[in-house]
Each structure stands twice: as C-alpha cells, then as structure tokens.
Write a new protein. Structure first.
Length: 153
C-alpha cells in the first residue's frame, strides 16, 4: 500500500505489479521509463524482484501529469534531471508551457481551417459524379472545386 511504513518506520516496498496497479500503469511502461532514465533502477529484494517505494510512485505520477499537458519524455527527463541536481525547474517548465500553448494555438487554427475545408467538401459531395476521378474526385480535388461543380454560395 502506498504511503504505509513497516513496523520500523521504513517506507513499505512494493513490487512492480503492485506499483503499476496502484497507478493504473502497465509494468512494461515502468520498465521502459527505467531503461531511458526517467525512473532510477530500483533496489532488488533477495528474490531479485524490483522493489519500489513512494518516491518512485511520486515520480511516476509526475511523469503522467507532465505527459497529460503535452510534454515529451525528453522534456520530462530534463525537468527531472534539473530537480535531481537540486535546481528548481519551474522556469524551464514555464517556458515549455509557453511553447506548448503556442503550438496548441497553431494546431487549433489548423483544425479550424481543416473543418472549413471538410465542410465545403461535404457541401459539394452530393453534386459529384461517383465515377469522377481515379479514386474519389472529392478527395483528389481538395485544392479546388471538382470539374463541373460550382462551389456552394
């Protein structure tokens, strides 16, 4: 159980399956994060199984949250590296979030243009001859109105 201590006050250790289950992660994801350095190699118990503690769970929660806001694993690795060196990564994170916001704005504009184009194409679809084009005249003529069809007013 996360957050529990054993009878001597030491953090309770858990195996990879327990950690993964408590965070709704796949154990392979945890192993992958270890392989790329996002999560340190865990201690191993006498049986050779990986033993994790609350600090590992906390780091995994951070990774998932950072991914949810659109940060890449490389960016997350840099944030963790700064923190592990005792540096405060918040300035770097703010810059990443500013860039992420700009990228989201650009993608929203692109999606709005795409929606307008699809709406336009959908509006002329009924007036197209099914046999027009090699595959589909509607798709093949994305940059212009298909031959013989007037654009909607």
């Amino acid at each position: 159980m996360l957050g529990a201590d054993d009878a001597w006050g030491r953090p309770e250790r858990m195996r990879i399956g327990e950690l993964a289950g408590s965070l709704s992660l796949n154990p392979r994801t945890i192993r992958y994060y270890e392989s790329i350095g996002l999560l340190p190699e865990p201690d191993r118990g006498p049986s050779g199984y990986r033993d994790y503690d609350d600090s590992d769970a906390e780091r995994l929660r951070f990774i998932r949250t950072a991914q949810r806001v659109g940060l890449s694993l490389d960016e997350i690795s840099r944030i963790i590296g700064l923190r592990d060196r005792g540096e405060r990564p918040c300035g770097y994170v703010r810059e990443l979030l500013r860039r992420q916001l700009g990228e989201l704005d650009r993608r929203i504009e692109e999606m709005c243009r795409l929606r307008d184009e699809v709406t336009r194409l959908e509006g002329i679809a009924d007036s197209l001859d099914e046999g027009e084009g090699t595959f589909c005249g509607l798709i093949e003529n994305l940059d212009g109105t298909p031959t013989g069809v007037s654009p909607p007013a």
